[in-house]
Ligand binder design. Structure first.
Ligand SMILES: Cc1cc2nc3c(=O)[nH]c(=O)nc-3n(C[C@H](O)[C@H](O)[C@H](O)COP(=O)(O)OP(=O)(O)OC[C@H]3O[C@@H](n4cnc5c(N)ncnc54)[C@H](O)[C@@H]3O)c2cc1C
Length: 421
């Protein structure tokens, strides 16, 4: 008897942006591949998120001419940062070096993820919605037998490569015996939607507002404008601090809403509060893989530890995995292709992640946050660099560190004088 009903070249667990973009990438690189995509939810489905996507996601969509899914969405033009004692700076999103578009969109994930999944469906990817991944085992001929279930209905599928794109609580990762990140390398965050008829008026433009070390010590809060009066708001803190100080995520959200109101923002119809974990890329999983299973996105701890951005990195991982393996599906070299994907991803993002992890440490100190915002408000290069860490792939070089240390040490008045000249 066959061990499975259908054999897939590529079987992906999780149809979020990482999994869907992996499917899109494989099908674009080789339309003959048989690709399956499995998700426990029925789409459209909500996901707790700030909903902000920047230049990286736009370039990932452009790679296969899919940027049309962003048509008619309003563009965000700036970022506003607040720190302790109400120090604030507003800055245009600077030209990012590695990407064509210096633009951000805020699109509710219930919509965005469905649009990306539909791109995969248009490419004849077999999508199983409402099916949960249960387990996998290796076959004698190196294929994987993957068990999925929908209620009591259990199905077994075959796969030449299995991709775990099943998010922060990945079961595929668990079955690989790879531990989840320690609390130190994770954050907990809550998102809510509100209506605000005057947000754009208060900030004079469509701006992403970040608040560091104010409503949550060692954490950050955000208010991101979407279409019309819709605003995505939220707050997050490192999980170790959350547990140590016995914080309540709903109370933190309430504190941030009070801060927003104090800034004059009208807050109406608070709804859809949802919290979730963010596995930071400051601790990436390392595992020796002798089977053809790969992890991408949150399942592989790819979230930027400074900004909380994860959609771009997960989508790019899906593409890099496809690029390194699509022509090795029937080759004994497939396992090496997966290792090459890991190397390519690390090579591209390691220094960037490290720099963002350092910035996160710096910004956990209220004193340093204040100092950084003071320096940045007098020095365009510093704020441009901070925004590039947030929205591009910037990293700290030795020279950059020395420049920042020097600026941190200079009295503000001297820095102001220098920046005027
Ligand atoms: C509060 C908050 C705010 C954030 N804000 C931003 C932001 O503004 N911008 C940004 O870029 N990132 C943000 N992130 C991070 C971002 O949400 C994630 O990095 C991103 O969703 C990762 O995509 P993914 O496809 O890897 O995983 P997910 O989007 O989590 O998708 C995983 C999919 O797997 C499915 N799944 C899970 N388990 C199983 C199973 N056993 N069987 C079958 N299917 C399964 C789930 O249903 C889900 O659809 C935020 C995260 C949080 C929590």
């Amino acid at each position: 008897m066959e061990k499975y009903t259908t054999l897939y070249d590529v079987l992906i667990i999780g149809a979020g942006p990482s999994g869907s973009n992996a499917a899109i990438s494989y099908k674009n690189l080789n339309p003959d591949l048989k690709v399956g995509l499995i998700d426990k939810s029925i789409f459209p489905r909500d996901k707790s998120c700030g909903d902000a996507i920047g230049p990286g996601v736009i370039s990932a969509l452009k790679r296969f001419n899919n940027q049309h899914i962003l048509d008619n969405e309003p563009q965000v033009v700036s970022t506003t940062l607040y720190g302790p004692e109400n120090i604030g700076i507003q800055n245009y999103i600077p030209e990012v070096k590695n990407k064509e578009d210096s633009v951000v969109y805020v699109i509710p994930r219930i919509d965005l993820d469905n649009r990306i999944l539909n791109l995969a469906k248009d490419l004849d990817v077999d999508v199983f919605e409402g099916y949960s991944f249960v387990s996998f085992e290796k076959d004698l001929d190196n294929k994987l037998v993957v068990e999925i279930k929908n209620g009591d209905n259990i199905t077994k599928l075959g796969a030449k490569i299995l991709v775990g794109a099943d998010g922060a609580n990945s079961r595929v990762r668990k079955q690989l015996n790879v531990n989840t990140n320690s609390d130190w390398h994770k954050a907990i965050a809550i998102r809510a939607y509100i209506d605000s008829p005057n947000y754009l008026e208060i900030f004079k433009e469509r701006t992403l507002m970040f608040e560091i070390n104010v409503s949550a010590e060692k954490g950050y809060a955000w208010a991101f404008p979407s279409k019309g009066n819709l605003l995505n708001i939220g707050i997050g803190v490192p999980l170790n601090i959350f547990k140590k100080e016995k914080l309540d995520i709903n109370v933190l959200l309430q504190d941030f809403i009070t801060q927003l109101t104090n800034r004059g923002v009208v807050v109406e119809n608070i709804r859809d509060e949802k919290s979730y974990l963010l596995p930071f890329a400051s601790s990436r999983p390392k595992f020796r893989n002798d089977i053809n299973v790969a992890l991408i996105g949150d399942a592989s701890s790819m979230i930027n530890p400074m900004s909380g951005e994860g959609i771009f990195y997960g989508m790019e991982a899906g593409y890099l995995l496809a690029k390194n393996t699509y022509n090795l599906i029937d080759s004994p070299e497939l396992t090496k292709g997966i290792a090459d994907y890991e190397k390519a991803f690390s090579k591209r993002f390691r220094k960037h992640y490290l720099s963002c992890a350092l910035a996160r440490l710096l910004l956990q100190s209220p004193f340093m946050t204040k100092r950084l915002l003071k320096v940045a408000s007098n020095d365009q290069n510093t704020i441009d660099f901070v925004v590039e860490l947030l929205f591009d792939e910037a990293y700290l070089t030795f020279g950059e560190v020395m420049k920042i240390v020097y600026k941190f040490l200079l009295p503000s008045k001297v820095l102001m004088l220098l920046s005027k000249n």
